[in-house]
Write a protein of this length. Structure first.
Length: 207
């Protein structure tokens, strides 16, 4: 039986990485076989690509940046995600295809149809079963991440506003997949909402 593919998305500083870790703790506590990965990363090649993409010393063109993300995604999908799903695991991914649409597409101005085509090729058509979007105003996210400064986090406030709006448009276009959560809410409340949703999905698959 195919496993369950869960992704968490949102602008930098929204708290998605924290919630991904908390969800992993719930799954492991229930004895559910699961795997936590991040994008870009999750493979030796992907982690090296991540260093290049996020390094402030590099000045990448939008096309180069986009294709580097796709290269890392192709490795992760074929070597990790697809085998894990085929083995019946719950796969948790901190960012996936929606991040590229939001950041390089809505934020950077790359053609959305081109990104969708590349996403499909890089993932062999894998689509998350559920995507949790932790929505937070760009100003609040900036305040949270003020001590961090990788190349993506260092982009302008207007850029991050466009990214946020892009995420919200993606959620409107696929309401059956996205769960939009107010990331300004209490962390425990967010955690409980995500866990309740995932637990329901797991029960549905097992029934």
């Amino acid at each position: 039986m195919r496993g369950l593919f869960i992704t968490l998305e949102g602008i930098d500083g929204c708290g998605k990485s924290t919630q991904t870790e908390r969800l992993l703790d719930h799954l492991q506590g229930e004895g559910i076989k699961c795997l936590l990965i991040r994008e870009p990363g999750g493979t030796a090649v992907g982690e090296d690509i991540r260093k290049v993409i996020l390094d402030n010393h590099y000045s990448l063109s939008l096309s180069a940046e986009l294709l580097l993300y796709m290269a890392a995604r192709a490795e992760l999908s074929r070597r990790v995600i697809i085998p894990a799903l085929l083995s019946g695991q719950v796969v948790l991914c901190d960012r996936f295809t929606d991040s590229t649409l939001a950041y390089q597409g809505y934020g950077g101005g790359a053609d959305l149809n081109w990104i969708r085509t590349l996403n499909h090729q890089a993932t062999s058509g894998q689509i998350p079963d559920r995507t949790f979007l932790l929505d937070l105003q760009a100003e609040a996210a900036l305040e949270r991440r003020k001590e961090k400064s990788d190349r993506m986090e260092s982009k302008t406030l207007d850029f991050h506003r466009r990214v946020r709006q892009g995420y919200l448009q993606l959620a409107v276009s696929e309401p059956q997949r996205f769960v939009v959560i107010d990331a300004a809410a209490n962390k425990d409340r967010i955690e409980n909402l995500i866990w309740a949703t995932v637990k329901s999905l797991i029960a549905r698959i097992g029934s």
